[in-house]
Design a protein around this ligand. Structure first.
Ligand code: FAD
Length: 390
């Protein structure tokens, strides 16, 4: 069979565009499709971790962010219920950045499109009826596009994945997300992501630019309904003023999404590979979803290269992708689950106080290495086992 492209990528957001950029760098012919026109807003807490930043450096994309408005953050300031002061956890070895997804996603897409071998189809919602999926490849007749592989990077609500036989498990109870952007007259002074923890939901506040604060709310459906309307928003405004001294007005229409937290039982089937949220949407609690999208691009880029250049059989290349993605994902998942468990634990205050003294991410990474001896590795390993991240 003769193909027009080497890879079709559906979804030109973080997972899809960064993978297209990685493949485009090596001259692979990529058809990149997205139903949206970029730049476009995206519901997200907009905190990009040091792990995501270092992957963008590795891809050679990081420099493109230099001119974009952004704010560095050192860690998290966690406000437990009824606490007058937050627990500060500088969990990260180096800083992350708060950056608007509208700008970030577009910068990464432009990095992909600078490569002449990447062909872009914007504003096109791909439906399963338009696809012919055969064991040896995929065809989209109306675009005259065909390839031996297709990557679905179409987000947490992938409509295509279930149609192509993928099965998703969802976490319970179901959580939803909403993002609001507030514009103040002065810069938010906070150099941390402020997280307010309530019984049924959390509020994440990330400074993202001159006077701009991105506020993400994650919780049940009822809090989403409240925050979509004026009284809920006024309450939130009051909280921001009282706790972090931020005053400002809502600058954009609230954006909602959900349910979150779906995981596919398979990373690939035949010629179709899942990447980013369509494969596993990690709870926003840890702020690691974007880093996971880039980790998929790295693992996917390597595996596809070994297949296309090195002659590795497709099944072996897909197994390599699954393994490498899982390896990168475990510390992100482990960190998120430890934080989630702690939030919900009755002793969360003293536990967070202890956690604030430990470099958490490095400790989780060490604990995941079976050869690493000693405390606190053994204790963290037990927690990882309990949370199912081990
Ligand atoms: C409330 C909330 C807060 C969050 N906060 C953070 C945070 O602070 N830090 C962090 O790292 N992560 C955070 N995340 C997670 C992060 O937003 C996601 O993990 C990330 O966006 C996943 O990227 P992706 O490329 O896999 O998917 P997406 O960004 O969802 O992109 C999917 C793309 O596919 C396109 N598409 C979908 N269907 C089709 C189709 N049929 N045809 C063509 N195109 C299609 C869409 O237009 C979209 O551009 C948060 C998520 C939520 C919901």
């Amino acid at each position: 069979m003769k193909y027009s492209h080497e890879v079709i990528v559906v979804g030109a957001s973080l997972a899809g565009a960064s993978l297209a950029a990685v493949l485009g760098q090596r001259g692979y012919r990529v058809a990149l499709i997205d139903k949206a026109h970029f730049p476009r807003p995206k519901p997200c807490g907009e905190g990009l971790s040091h792990i995501g930043l270092s992957l963008l450096k590795e891809f050679g994309i990081y420099d493109r962010l230099a001119t974009l408005p952004q704010r560095p953050y050192l860690g998290f300031a966690l406000w437990g219920k009824g606490r007058a002061r937050p627990t500060v956890i500088d969990v990260l070895e180096t800083i992350g950045v708060g950056i608007q997804r509208r700008l970030l996603d577009n910068a990464i897409l432009q990095a992909a499109l600078q490569h002449p071998s990447v062909e872009y189809f914007p504003g096109l919602e791909l439906r399963s009826a338009a696809l012919v999926v055969e064991p040896e490849g995929v065809k989209i007749a109306k675009l005259q596009v065909s390839a031996p592989l297709m990557v679905l990077a179409d987000g947490v609500h992938s409509a295509l994945a279930p149609k192509l036989g993928f099965v998703h498990r969802s976490s319970s109870p179901r959580r939803y997300g909403m993002r609001l952007v507030w514009q103040g007259t002065s810069d938010p002074l906070e150099r941390r992501v402020s997280v307010f923890v309530f019984d049924e939901y959390e509020v994440y506040c990330t400074p993202v630019g001159a006077g701009a604060l991105s506020v993400a709310i994650v919780g049940g459906k009822s809090v989403m309904r409240e925050m979509a309307h004026k009284p809920g928003q006024l309450e939130l405004q009051e909280l921001l003023k009282r706790r972090i001294g931020f005053s400002g007005d809502l600058a954009e229409r609230p954006l909602g999404i959900g349910p979150l937290g779906a995981v596919s039982t398979q990373a690939w089937r035949g010629p179709v590979l899942l990447a980013g949220d369509s494969l596993e949407s990690i709870d926003p609690l840890g702020g690691m979803g974007m880093s996971h999208a880039f980790a998929c691009a790295k693992a996917g880029g390597c595996a596809l290269r070994h297949m296309l250049e090195g002659g590795l059989p497709r099944a072996a290349a897909m197994a390599e992708y699954t393994h490498e993605r899982e390896r990168a994902m475990r510390p992100l998942r482990g960190f998120t689950r430890i934080v989630a468990k702690t939030f919900r634990h009755i002793l969360h205050r003293p536990i967070f106080d202890v956690m604030s003294k430990v470099p958490i991410m490095a400790t989780v990474e060490r604990a995941l290495d079976p050869r690493a001896p000693g405390m606190p590795t053994a204790a963290v390993r037990s927690v990882l086992e309990l949370t199912g991240a081990w």
